[in-house]
Design a protein around this ligand. Sequence first.
Ligand code: ADP
Ligand code: MG
Length: 456
Amino acid sequence: IWSDVLTYVRNNISEVEYHTWFAPVKTLGVREGSLVIGVRNSFAQEWFRKHYLGLLEDALRSLGAENPQVSFEVLPAVQEAMIMPEASSSPAVATPTPPPQPRPKPVPAPELSKVLNPKYTFENFVVGPNNNLAHAAALAVAESPGKAYNPLFIYGDVGLGKTHLMHAVGHYLAEKYPEKRIAYVSTETFTNELINSIRDDRTTQFRDRYRSVDLLLVDDIQFLARKERTQEEFFHTFNALYENHKQIILSSDRPPKDIQTLEGRLRSRFEWGLITDIQSPEFETRVAILKMNAEQANINIPQEVLELIARQVNTNIRELEGALMRVVAFSSLNNVPFSRTVASKALSNVFAPQEVQVEMPEVVRAAAQLFEVTTEQIKGTGRARDIVVPRQIAMYLIREMTEHSLPEIGQFFGRDHSTVMHAVNKVTEGIKRDEELAAQVSRLRRHLEGLHEAEA
Ligand code: ADP
Ligand code: MG
């Protein structure tokens, strides 16, 4: 029935739309007379309710349902579970068949591909100044597990790629050494499994499982706070693995020293290896991430549209991807090509209009255009007057229109902060006396503001 529903849907919407929305969903079966569809996140859930409920009901009706009902459920981001090569079956010794007796439920050992998100690979990870240290550390660990840094501790705010990097190490190792045992688990799952194993009198199995892996990935370890029993258990797991030179990777939203009520002995162990952080991506990295996502989905989106999206969503990468999805869906639903206007419309009611944020490269590009020089010249070292003036104006406008500090601006131009300060002063003074200069600066400013008019 599900494939019939999909066929119906496919015949009634565009290919891009189908691909964007229906390729990633799956049916969770029929529950209480309602067809339950699993979607990837709450944004998709909302989108489906709004845009596809009717279509799906029609599809069911066309298949004979009289009073069709459809509901949408958010799938867990990653199905977690232990991943292990099949435990070797018991030795082939003839034994009398034992009478059937209740046995502890076997631990499911799902395919690695189901546990690690196939998208979360090193190839799909865009490296920028915000994450290059964490990326390099993860790669080093993937190449020589147990030897480079142990444990590797990655921290950073939500949605910045911690889980992605952990999975990437898992994929890398699984491919290079198929015999290695890899376990990915969230701290929450680890805790729940522990509690269940205590309840069911299966703590030995629990221990054996976690202490026999080659790579242990534990996500969101900050949730160990205030869980004494789990901390105790994890302490022993950690020691067992560490002593056997097995690799451990931990993620957290904060560094070990800031995890309250974490036992001292655990904290110090977390600090034995390498602690590295991931920061919010800067504009160029955000654009690169969007570009990669668009390319992978085989969708051709103009650079300026990607830039507009990257400007609106400037912290969380998950939201950045959600914004891209929304723009893609919007333009395909309305059957219009991608443009800045379409993009800002698509995003207008999701991302509250905010103070427009101009980015440094945009200012440089606009100045280059106006003065008919190249961006390379502006960012270069040439001292000719017809380059120095646009360069100083660009520095001045960046200082005026962005939150960047003098040293940050200096770094962007490959100069120190005093050069920037000099430029800012020079232009500030200059526009008081020089009308032509004042006009040029204000034209540039208006141009840059205009770039953002649509989305404000
Ligand atoms: P965290 O675990 O830090 O909350 P995730 O690893 O779940 O964040 O990342 C959120 C989303 O952003 C995922 O879809 C991930 O693929 C994507 N993402 C994060 N960092 C990058 C990056 N550097 N390049 C490409 N995609 C990224
Ligand atoms: Mg995560």
